[in-house]
Design a protein around this ligand. Structure first.
Ligand SMILES: [Zn+2]
Ligand SMILES: [Zn+2]
Length: 128
């Protein structure tokens, strides 16, 4: 098993499953992209949802094959809320960099989903 990458801007307590189970299993390339994205953006990011166990993903109404799932696979998605800039800037940069092939801005709920779905060829961008 590979050791999960440690990043300066995202800590284990923020990324682990928020149901209380404490599961933490992220894809290292995804974490690296997230860290570089954070530097490019220049804003602190609050993780509103990190990785999820299967149970918590259901409770959070995530889709069945959500990239947040960290059980049986490494998670490749995160929901974030910017603390020093607006969601629009986050969305634009996420699309521009091409780091993620799932970028969804939940406008009314004020957070952005950044994900890498390895089974998806075309990028998926949405503002809900
Ligand atoms: Zn959990
Ligand atoms: Zn998400």
């Amino acid at each position: 098993m590979t050791v999960m990458l440690r990043t300066q801007n995202f800590q284990a307590y923020e990324l682990k499953c928020k149901c209380g189970c404490g599961k933490l299993n992220y894809d290292n390339l995804f974490l690296m992209k997230l860290e570089v994205f954070r530097y490019l953006l220049g804003s602190r990011l609050e993780v509103t949802s990190g990785c999820r166990c299967i149970k918590h993903n259901q409770a959070a109404e995530g889709k069945k094959n959500s990239c947040h799932i960290c059980e049986g696979r490494a998670a490749t998605a995160v929901d974030i809320s910017p603390l020093d800039t607006g969601c629009l800037n986050v969305f634009i940069l996420a699309v521009k960099t091409g780091f993620f092939n799932e970028v969804i801005w939940y406008k009314t709920r004020n957070f952005i989903h950044l994900g890498v779905d390895k089974n998806q060829k075309e990028p998926y961008y949405e503002i809900i």
